[in-house]
Design a protein around this ligand. Structure first.
Ligand SMILES: *Cc1c(COP(=O)(O)O)cnc(C)c1O
Length: 356
C-alpha cells in the first residue's frame, strides 16, 4: 500500500504511456489513481489496451457523463438508515468500513468515495451496531467499502467480533479485491482473524484470466484451505473481458482456484464509465454461450442493479421460448428448440403443503 504508484511521473518511469493515459493524469477533476506494485507488474508496459492496465489507468473520458449515468447509480445514499450502512433487502446489509482500496478501479461504482457515507470511526460502528441489534430480520452482514482488507487485522478482528456478538447475525461476508490487486495482504494472521468469525464468505472480483496469477491463486488457497468459501463477482467491461474466449478462460481458472463464479455484472451506469459499457444483450449472449462450453459450476448469474436502489435483477438468456397447455418449448445450449412435457397442476397448488 505504501509503495502504490499514484502520479504521472512515477507511472511514466514504469510504463510507456499512451496519449490518452497522459491526458487522463493531466485532467484534474478525475478520480484519483493508485496502483500496487504487484498489480502494476501484471501490466503490459507498452500496450495501453492491456486488460489490467485499462482497469487502473486514467483516461480523459473518466470525467464525461454518458447517457443515464449518475454519481450514485445504485441510490445507496437514500438507503442508509445510519451513515455507512446500506439496508436494501430485508435480511442483509452492507457496511462501508473502509475508504481506500489497494487499486482504485476506473470502473468503480462507488468512485464518489464520499467520506460522509462511511462508517465514521468507532462511534460510527457503535451506531451501526445499535441499528443492527434493533433489526432482527438481518441475518447477513457484508463488509465493503473501499476495501475492508485495507484495515489492519486488529481493527477487522474488533469489527467482526462485535458483529458476531449479535445473535441474529448468522452470515458474514467480506467483499474485497485484495486477492486480485494485493494478494500478499492475505497472510496467515489475516486468515485466522477471518476464520474466527465463521461462517464467513470472501467475495472477490477477478475480471480477467491474466489476474489469476500463481500469487493470487495462492492467496485464494490460503483462504479456502482455512475453511473460508470464496466466490467471484466479475464486472463485464468492454474491451477487457467482453469476449467469450476470455470469459471461458476466466471461468475455468476460477474453478481451478476453487473460487466459484457467482455474478457477472452489467456495468452500473456510474458517471464516466461509458468507455467500458456493453449493451445488456451482449452479456446475455455471453452467458448463453458459456453454457455448454464450461462446467455449470463455473457459470455466473448475469445481473444488473436497478437504478435508484431497487436491487439486483438476474437477467437470463431465454430458456423457455413458448408455453402451451401440457408443454413448454425450450431452447438448448446449441440453439435447438425442443418440446418438454409440462404436466402437473396448472394452478401451482404444488407450491403449498397440504394444510389440514
Ligand atoms: C449486492 C447487495 C447485497 C447482496 O446481494 P446478493 O444478491 O445477496 O449478493 C446486499 N445489499 C446491497 C445493498 C447490495 O447492493
Amino acid at each position: 500500500m505504501a509503495h502504490r504508484v499514484r502520479t504521472l511521473v512515477d507511472m511514466e518511469s514504469q510504463l510507456t504511456l499512451s496519449d490518452g493515459e497522459r491526458r487522463g493524469f493531466a485532467s484534474s477533476d478525475l478520480p484519483a489513481v493508485a496502483v500496487t506494485p504487484y498489480y502494476l507488474s501484471l501490466m503490459d508496459p507498452r500496450d495501453a489496451r492491456c486488460p489490467i492496465r485499462q482497469q487502473a489507468l486514467p483516461h480523459p473520458d473518466d470525467g464525461r457523463r454518458g447517457a443515464g449515468e449518475r454519481t450514485d447509480p445504485l441510490g445507496e445514499r437514500g438507503r442508509m438508515p445510519v451513515p455507512g450502512l446500506i439496508h436494501r433487502y430485508p435480511d442483509r446489509v452492507v457496511l462501508l468500513v473502509a475508504a481506500d482500496c489497494p487499486v482504485l478501479c476506473r470502473h468503480c461504482n462507488r468512485r464518489r468515495r464520499s467520506p460522509d457515507e462511511l462508517l465514521g470511526g468507532s462511534t460510527g460502528l457503535d451506531e451501526a451496531l445499535r441499528y443492527l441489534r434493533g433489526a432482527p430480520q438481518v441475518r447477513e452482514v457484508i463488509l465493503s467499502g473501499g476495501d475492508p482488507l485495507t484495515l489492519d487485522d486488529a481493527t477487522l478482528e474488533r469489527i467482526l467480533g462485535r458483529l458476531r456478538a449479535i445473535e441474529h447475525i448468522e452470515i458474514l461476508r467480506v467483499h474485497t479485491r485484495a486477492p486480485v490487486t494485493c494478494p500478499m495482504r492475505i497472510t496467515d494472521d489475516l486468515t485466522r482473524v477471518l476464520d474466527a468469525a465463521r461462517p464467513l464468505y470472501v467475495l472477490t472480483q477477478f475480471n480477467h484470466p491474466r489476474e489469476v496469477t500463481p500469487e493470487a491463486a495462492a492467496a485464494c488457497a490460503r483462504l479456502v484451505d482455512a475453511g473460508l468459501p470464496m466466490a467471484n463477482q466479475s464486472v463485464l467491461l468492454r474491451g477487457i473481458n467482453s469476449d467469450i474466449a476470455i470469459l471461458t478462460a476466466l471461468s475455468r481458472a476460477l474453478l481451478r482456484t476453487r473460487v466459484r463464479p457467482y455474478y457477472l455484472f452489467q456495468l452500473d451506469p456510474v458517471v464516466g464509465s461509458e468507455r467500458f459499457r456493453t449493451p445488456v444483450a451482449a452479456g446475455l449472449e455471453l452467458v448463453a454461450r458459456l453454457r455448454g462450453r464450461v462446467s455449470g459450476l463455473s457459470i455466473p448469474t448475469f445481473a444488473l442493479d436497478a437504478p435508484g436502489g431497487f436491487g439486483k435483477v438476474a437477467v437470463a438468456p431465454q430458456g423457455i421460448v413458448s408455453t402451451s397447455p401440457g408443454e413448454v418449448r425450450v431452447q438448448t445450449w446449441q440453439g435447438e428448440i425442443v418440446a418438454y412435457p409440462d404436466t402437473g397442476d396448472a394452478d401451482l397448488s404444488c407450491l403449498e403443503w397440504p394444510r389440514k
